[in-house]
Design a protein around this ligand. Structure first.
Ligand code: UT7
Length: 329
């Protein structure tokens, strides 16, 4: 059997209403708009309301992707969600979203690969379609990361934002190319550089873990920065090589939105023209698993992503993990 090719058939997103600027943060933290914007490129981020969880944002994004595709929830074969801020350890956020969007009976599971989750989930969905096990697969990156932030830690609090992005994957039509390939990787030696240490079976919740603020994101920013700059360029180069493309062939490069300095350094290493690099982190911060679909949606709406364009998406994050996806839009 020839594997079926899959394409991204539609995108939907959702950001919470509340906008928090760098100046707002500097009222409660020893930081400044100048430090945050020059060190990271971030100027503002959206923050979920009290009681608003990852699945709430993910459900809206999912319904919007389905509406854009003209597909009903009952037609779905599979739902994969990915998040570093799942509603709870279990059941899966994908299951909660399926209930919210009216996809009863549709298989639903979560995939965990930290901020690289979206690219890994695309790869999993692509494999389900290629093998004929599914035709219409919804992939959702849903984040209410603000709930996992230590708002007294200026080294992480200024970086993240909340959002969700969903894509519908479906088999290509005659003559379409769709998803071309992936490069996925992981460096377990860096597991301690970026994590939420407590709340799992290694360090179960206790009065001490709460007091020591171990339930929040901990990051060694400098080490993650070095790793990210390296893998963004190397993984992008690898997936291009594997499929016989050159950097000049890329129409739009969509990297995970963590820091504009990481993005610029990787683009320089790759030799990519600045106009081919998409970035919107100025307005959203690092939205983890939602950052790439949020960019896809904005780029398509802005006319920077047109049918037939070669798009290169690259994610990275905890693990330390990385993943690239090359596709024809
Ligand atoms: O999706 C997950 C992936 N995450 C990432 O990719 C993040 C990667 N890392 C980064 O983006 C950067 O390392 C940061 C933005 C986190 C930090 O930038 P940096 O240029 O690496 O700064 P630094 O950590 O070397 O800190 C420089 C100084 C320190 O002060 P001293 O030790 O030089 O006196 C920090 O204490 O900046 C201080 N600092 C701050 N100052 C004002 C750290 N955070 C802040 C802050 N405001 N928010």
């Amino acid at each position: 059997m020839t594997p079926r090719r899959a394409k991204i058939a539609a995108v939907g997103t959702c950001v919470p209403e509340r906008v928090v600027t760098n100046d707002d943060l500097s009222l409660t933290l020893d930081t400044s708009d100048e430090w945050i914007s020059t060190r990271s490129g971030i100027r503002r981020r959206h923050i979920a309301a009290d009681g608003q969880a990852a699945s709430d944002l993910g459900s809206v994004a999912a319904s919007r992707a389905l509406a854009a595709a003209g597909v009903s929830p009952a037609e779905l074969d599979l739902i994969i969600a990915t998040s570093i801020s799942s509603d709870m350890p279990f059941p899966a956020t994908a299951s909660l979203i399926s209930g919210n969007i009216g996809a009863d009976g549709v298989p639903a599971f979560d995939l965990s690969a930290a901020c690289t989750g979206f690219v890994y989930a695309l790869a999993a969905a692509n494999a389900f379609i290629a093998s004929g096990q599914a035709a219409k697969v919804l992939v959702i990156g849903a984040e209410a990361v603000s709930k996992m932030i230590d708002w007294t830690d200026r080294s992480t609090a200024v970086l993240f934002g909340d959002a969700a992005g969903a894509v519908l994957l479906a088999p290509v039509a005659e003559g379409e190319t769709g998803i071309i390939g992936f490069d996925l990787g992981n460096d377990p030696g860096g597991a301690g550089q970026l994590s939420i240490p407590a709340g799992g079976s290694r360090l179960p919740a206790s009065a001490e873990t709460v007091q020591e603020r171990q339930h929040f994101i901990k990051m060694n920013g400098r080490e993650v920065f070095k790793f990210a700059t390296r893998v963004l360029a190397s993984s992008a180069g690898k997936v291009l090589d594997q499929h016989g493309f050159r950097v000049e062939d890329v129409d739009l490069f969509i990297p995970h939105q963590a820091n504009i300095r990481i993005i610029d350094a990787a683009a320089r290493k790759l030799g990519l023209a600045p106009e081919k690099v998409f970035s919107n982190l100025e307005n959203y911060g690092n939205t983890s698993c939602a950052s790439i679909p949020l960019c896809l949606d904005e780029a398509a709406r802005a006319g920077r992503l047109k049918a037939g364009d070669l798009v290169l998406m690259v994610g990275f994050g905890g693990g330390l993990s990385w993943g690239s996806c090359l596709a024809r839009w």
